[in-house]
Design a protein around this ligand. Sequence first.
Ligand code: SAH
Ligand code: SF4
Length: 408
Amino acid sequence: MIVSVSATAASAAETVLRRLSLVGRTRAGLSEALAEIGVPEKERRMRVGQLWNWIYHYGVREFDAMTTISKGLRGQLAERFSLDLPTVTAEQVSTDGTRKWLMRMPSTGPHDRGAEIECVYIPEVDRGTLCVSSQVGCTLTCTFCHTGTQRLVRNLKTEEIVAQLMVARDRLGDFPNRQPPEGAFVPNDGGRFVSNIVFMGMGEPLYNFDGVRDAIGVITDDQGLSLGRRRITVSTSGVVPQIGPLGEEMGTMLAISLHAVRDELRNELVPLNKKYPIKDLLEACRNYPGLSNAKRITFEYVMLKGVNDSDAEARELVRLLKGIPAKINLIPFNPWPGTKYECSDWDRIERFSEIVFRAGYASPVRTPRGRDILAACGQLKSETEKLSARARLMLDEAQAAAPAVAAE
Ligand code: SAH
Ligand code: SF4
């Protein structure tokens, strides 16, 4: 069910012309903005600190609300920049509380009408997890993943990654002293709203290393959004040379999309395996900086009927992971139109899980969340056309007046 559609042809067209948003920028990015409007260098550091606090701690949407900054400077900033968030073109709430936002990113220049991506929020008893995207589409072509079939691919910019969290906090009413936007669904059960972030939306985060690293820098900054690095998980299909640098430069939790225990099958499911086979991947995992029992690696394993779900494969999985502090996450396959795979039967998943569990691994089966709104793994964006036909129609009208997003 689509519960709110806020895009109009006019607002999307306006996106093309509007001032660049400061939301999502790093400290260096804010400093550049100040330099552009002539703020003297010796003053910039202090001004960046002020902007940072207003943008990331208070989530303000107007320069005029920045009362510690002089009226004159506020005016100069407002003339050149905005504090816009991506436009939420559709917000859907699942019966299980999962929320999915379809967002159009602010334009980054006259020839960009802004990338369109989805972001999913999954509330649980003790946490709220936001599943963010790192790219529009994905250049990798894992055969069971619908994102890999998308034609348009580009890296999301740092600001576009951070903006996903900003939108979530805005829509959940999670900024101090700020009223949530009209029509937003604010949870009324108290507690933290977004406590964890997983890079498990669209894209391969390690192919957008710098963008993801800088976004994590903004998100974890303790003067602002202040999320702990251990509450952030980066999931990769196995870009081996970047796994060490991920640990060193980002210090987040690591998840590996393993999905097969033999190279022959993994070559088919995750074609990147041909470049970085299982042995090399597991070696990189063993060397992951900071790895310990308190900081385990999550191995994701999608359950594909008759493909990778036998008892022998469960035993081999356990053998392969020996010596690596690990969690194993069994993901029921989420089918999409045209896929050749099916999800394993429930008793098969249970049996597989039991073998893994008996070997001493926690092996939670990831409960499919948000199935009614197609927000489950691998379904992000893929069915958007069908689900938000009305939003599409409106955007199509706007697109007639704006150039299309080009693949980068
Ligand atoms: N590109 C990264 C992160 C995004 S994919 C990666 O591959 O790890 C996030 C997770 O969803 C991955 O484990 C991926 O294998 C899984 N996934 C993709 N399509 C799926 C589907 N149709 N059903 C279940 N899980 C899927
Ligand atoms: Fe890309 Fe991950 Fe999908 Fe593979 S599973 S195509 S790496 S998003």
